[in-house]
Design a protein around this ligand. Structure first.
Ligand SMILES: [Zn+2]
Ligand SMILES: [Zn+2]
Length: 306
């Protein structure tokens, strides 16, 4: 029986070596998780974030809590990385797939107001971990060496939960009848729908209210996460309502590719968690966009979009 103490890493394996050993294509070594589209899945998890109880070693998916707690101080890239870990654990949970876990140890500290971390040790655990069940707060509990019971149907379980709480989507419904959001664009059905979704006037990326317009509404802009001229669809699941500044960043910012992945897996995935195929199509196009100069020029051409 391995104890949690024994899992504390003593050497520093390189991310590059671990992903190579698992056959995972690595994009940037600074990510917090890695996977090929159909697995395998690899996550970096801090040793001090793991627990031991009744002969079980486990951790809980708290990446989205982390993002929430640090929303004001973390960089957008950090927030996207945290969201990516959560999304990956959810994907594995629904697919009943195992996770490879690289265990980290090192220093986590706050510099100024921002949390930074430095992994001094990193070791790939030779035992597989499994997104096993959801706890009472509906966070996924990932257990070392213990597969998810075959009789758990994550989709049915989620549906049952939605029925019980009578919430039609992953987020509580917004009971605002009159939209406070002004989006100055061709009012297509899709733009109308995104206006309803962001009816409280908060940017779906940074969470801040858009500036107030002369008629008392909040100004946001509709943005196609995969632009129409890059093969994106005019579909509500491809559109976000974001503030003017973030909209420029989405097209011109140096972090635009990470930002786009964050919009897919942090924002759209939380509204449309069931539409896995659609999200993966977005993800695939996002990857192509990242690697195509021609597509990136189109992204920049596309400043005012419809
Ligand atoms: Zn914003
Ligand atoms: Zn745009």
């Amino acid at each position: 029986m391995t104890t949690l103490q024994e899992l504390k890493p003593t050497t520093k394996q390189l991310v590059r070596d671990i992903t190579e050993r698992l056959g995972i294509e690595m994009t940037t070594q600074y990510d917090w998780c890695f996977s090929n589209p159909d697995g395998p899945y690899l996550v970096n998890i801090w040793h001090d974030g793991m627990f031991e109880e009744n002969d079980e070693i486990y951790f809980v998916d708290r990446a989205s809590d982390w993002a929430e707690k640090n929303i004001d101080t973390a960089t957008p890239v950090q927030l996207n990385r945290a969201a990516a870990v959560s999304a990956l654990i959810h994907t594995a949970y629904y697919r009943k797939a195992p996770l490879h876990v690289a265990i980290l140890d090192g220093i986590r500290r706050t510099v100024g107001i921002r949390e930074t971390s430095e992994a001094h040790q990193r070791e790939l655990d030779s035992v597989l971990w499994y997104p096993h069940h959801k706890d009472e707060n509906r966070r996924i509990v990932v257990v070392r060496g213990k597969p998810q019971p075959q009789n758990i149907d994550p989709y049915a379980e989620e549906e049952e939960h939605q029925r019980q709480v009578k919430v039609p989507t992953a987020r509580p419904p917004k009971k605002i009848e009159v939209s406070a959001t002004a989006i100055y664009e061709r009012d297509s059905e899709v733009v109308k729908a995104v206006k309803r979704r962001a009816a409280d006037g908060h940017c779906e990326l940074c969470g801040q209210e858009g500036f107030k317009t002369a008629n008392g509404r909040y100004y946001l802009e509709a943005h196609h996460v995969i632009p129409l001229n890059c093969g994106g669809r005019d579909d509500i699941r491809n559109v976000v309502a974001i503030c003017a500044n973030d909209h420029r960043r989405a097209h011109f910012g140096e972090e635009r590719h990470d930002l786009r992945d964050g919009l897919i897996w942090n924002v759209l995935a939380s509204y449309y968690p069931e539409d896995e195929e659609f999200l993966e199509e977005l993800d695939e196009k996002s990857r192509q966009l990242r690697h195509s100069d021609a597509a990136q020029r189109k992204l920049e051409d596309n400043r005012v979009e419809s």
